[in-house]
Design a protein around this ligand. Structure first.
Ligand code: GP9
Ligand code: MN
Length: 660
């Protein structure tokens, strides 16, 4: 009897419902951490922090419901749904990017809405309903055991809030003990989630973003001086043997989607090469090939790589600079070359709004943007994000040939994109034989891309453009994330993928083909940021007055290291991964604790300087000697049907659009 009335009392109590909500949510979040995320737990303290870190936010958010005298349970259920949705969005995002969603990524979601298609779906599974079990349980409880309407005692809110804050401070205190300056230095998002939890991370992220938008407002021209001094002190002067060797030539950049260097010279078990054409280029006498070259992208993936190439500045540590800073002033490649009489164009078989390209390209000064609207986007010729590489290059040829020379152009390939699936008939190349479908397919799509590139080179020769065109090809970023380490260890024939192996896997190939110039395999270390000065110097344009961070790869004073956006770096002697210093040769932890510190200091300064420019929009206060500023408003990408509109709109002949 007593037992029954006790249970009754409990189920009549909104606070009991609150405790159930918090506990279920806490358990679920912890399970998600264990199942979905690879947070790199190193010690017992971190294990403990992972257990307690969902608690403070669960108390805080579910606690809000206790402010409602009535409908408390309903508010808790809604809160649960919002938080569960956030967690699940992070899970799906992490499955592909090995990273967490940030506020700018959410902003991007709007820009890129509806375009994720196949790859978004392939990241979800019916079993994922597990991440909404507590939501379902709460609804069932509210309709059964807790059916009775009860008023909430608001006093309980204060106690819960106090408890939540105490838990948070306790959590933060322990985290700071293990990782000093966790909040003040910009660590990897993985760290923040590991120490503070996925929900607290989102709050932290929102605060950061509000701060960043106010930074621009507070900046003034005096902020440029420091950056300018740093830049002058770190300028690598051009190599006289190469300076101007490609002067006046056309330039074609090709972004090789998700293409990593381990594929170069890789042979399938039957002896077939995956990328025979690119392999042959590494030995082509007019090609500079850089095997120790690294991508430096963040969450902006392809667009971050583009940003590095065009500006020789680093992308943002979170979010895509293409989306968040498209209103900034830039002094990008197309604008610099415009001053030398070049026309410019981008070719890409996806729609122009993706990655906010149509906005950012105006800021870069691109005359034309041939996006999906210019291509035959038939069912048969498209896959995943857009046009397949073979029809892409074929259909681009007449557009390219129609450009006024000299031209500066960029081709962004697409076929070799996650999940790397091909249509039957697109390739007869064998798949890999690991247990991982994504990795297996990567060989097929990379082979397809290689064939498309060979076809394009042949078309360039046939069109007569080849002998007067410099071609720069680069892998934009990794294709196979750490989630595929098991299969990758089989592919590479190693026991396990260590953090060092993984850092080495961030190599992407760089090819610079210059007709008539002797190239060769170049062992120097470098990254995407270094390509712009290298290319400009080949074109005979000195970069000393530009505010950029790259170092000419062919310069005798090239610095010979490459940083990653998270602050780690690679060099011939030492490499730093997740803050730890290793010997490049052995891959073992370096015995000399100071071995990495010299490069580490430079890396920190450089990222900080680059961020200053990007966050504060400092280029608006600076004009390089001899550079003619462009006005983004002079550009418009109206599509093939837009020609008449454009002519009707303006009579200004200096405006360069599709009608050129
Ligand atoms: C989309 C394509 C792929 O247009 O560039 O982008 P990614 O997902 O690699 O950043
Ligand atoms: Mn990409």
């Amino acid at each position: 009897m007593e037992q029954i009335s006790f249970t009754k009392k409990l189920t009549k109590n909104n606070f009991t419902f609150f405790v159930i909500a918090v506990v279920l949510f806490w358990i679920k979040t912890y399970a998600a951490y264990q199942i979905e995320f690879n947070l790199g737990i190193d010690n017992k303290l971190q294990e403990f922090l992972l257990v307690i870190n969902p608690l403070s936010s669960a108390l805080f958010f579910f606690g809000i419901a206790l402010l409602f005298k009535k409908r408390t349970k309903l508010v808790m259920i809604i809160t649960n749904f919002i938080l569960s949705f956030l967690l699940y969005a992070n899970i799906a995002y992490y499955r592909f990017f090995s990273d967490f969603i940030t506020i700018p990524v959410i902003m991007q979601a709007k820009t890129n809405a509806g375009q994720l298609g196949d790859s978004a779906l392939s990241l979800m599974s019916p079993l994922d309903v597990f991440y909404f079990t507590d939501f379902i349980i709460l609804i069932v409880l509210a309709l059964t055991l807790f059916k009775q309407t009860m008023e909430t005692n608001r006093k309980s809110y204060k106690i819960v809030l106090l408890f939540s804050i105490t838990t948070f401070l306790f959590n933060l205190g322990l985290a700071e003990k293990d990782r000093p300056q966790l909040l003040t230095r910009s660590f990897d998002r993985n760290y923040l989630v590991k120490y503070l939890g996925a929900y607290n991370f989102t709050i932290y992220d929102a605060i950061q973003n509000i701060r960043s938008s106010s930074q621009r407002a507070l900046a003034d021209s005096s902020d440029v001086t420091e950056v300018e001094n740093y830049r002058k002190a770190n300028y690598a002067a051009p190599n006289p043997d190469y300076f101007g060797k490609a002067k006046g030539m056309n330039v074609i950049y090709i972004s090789l989607e998700s293409f990593q260097s381990f594929m170069i010279d890789y042979k399938m078990p039957d002896g077939q090469e995956v990328t025979p054409f690119l392999n042959s280029l590494t030995r082509n006498q007019n090609t500079f090939y850089f095997p120790n070259f690294f991508h430096q992208t963040g969450q902006g993936k392809t667009s971050d790589a583009e940003f590095l190439m065009e500006n020789s500045l680093y992308p943002m540590s979170q979010g895509a600079v293409f989306v968040n800073k498209a209103q900034n002033t830039y002094q990008a490649m197309p604008a610099i070359l415009k001053g030398q009489g070049y026309t410019s164009a981008v070719f890409h078989g996806n729609y122009k709004t993706f990655w906010n390209r149509n906005v950012m390209y105006k800021a870069f000064g691109y005359d034309q943007f041939f996006d999906a609207e210019y291509y035959n986007m038939t069912e048969e010729d498209t896959k995943n994000y857009g046009l397949k590489d073979k029809p892409f290059f074929t259909e681009s040829m007449p557009l390219l040939s129609s450009l006024k020379q000299p031209f500066y152009t960029k081709f962004i390939t697409l076929s070799n994109h996650f999940p790397f699936e091909m249509d039957p008939g697109d390739t007869d190349f064998p798949a890999g034989d690991t247990d991982d479908q994504v990795v297996n397919q990567y060989f097929q799509s990379a082979h397809y891309m290689d064939q498309a590139l060979e076809q394009f080179f042949n078309d360039l020769k046939a069109s007569g453009l080849y002998d007067n065109t410099m071609v720069v090809m680069y892998g934009d970023h990794y294709g196979i994330s750490e989630n595929h380490n098991d299969a990758m260890s089989k592919v590479l024939g190693v026991d396990e993928i260590t953090p060092v192996t993984n850092a080495n896997l961030q190599r992407v190939p760089l090819f610079i083909h210059v007709p008539g110039v002797t190239g060769g395999i170049q062992q120097q270390y470098g990254g995407e940021v270094d390509v712009r000065p290298t290319v400009l110097h080949l074109l005979g344009i000195d970069t000393k007055d530009y505010l950029e961070f790259g170092s000419d790869l062919l310069s005798p004073t090239h610095r010979n290291w490459a940083l990653f956006r998270n602050g780690d770096f690679m060099s011939p002697d030492v490499i730093q991964v997740k803050g730890k210093c290793y010997s490049t040769l052995t891959g073992e932890l370096s015995e000399n604790a100071e071995a990495c510190s010299a490069i580490q200091d430079k890396v920190n300064t450089e990222l900080q300087m680059s961020d200053e420019i990007v966050y504060k929009d400092l280029l608006r206060f600076y004009k390089p000697e001899g550079y003619t500023s462009i006005n983004p408003d002079d550009y418009e990408y109206l599509g093939p049907k837009g020609k008449t509109t454009k002519n009707a709109k303006t009579t200004d002949s200096t405006k360069t659009t599709e009608s050129d």
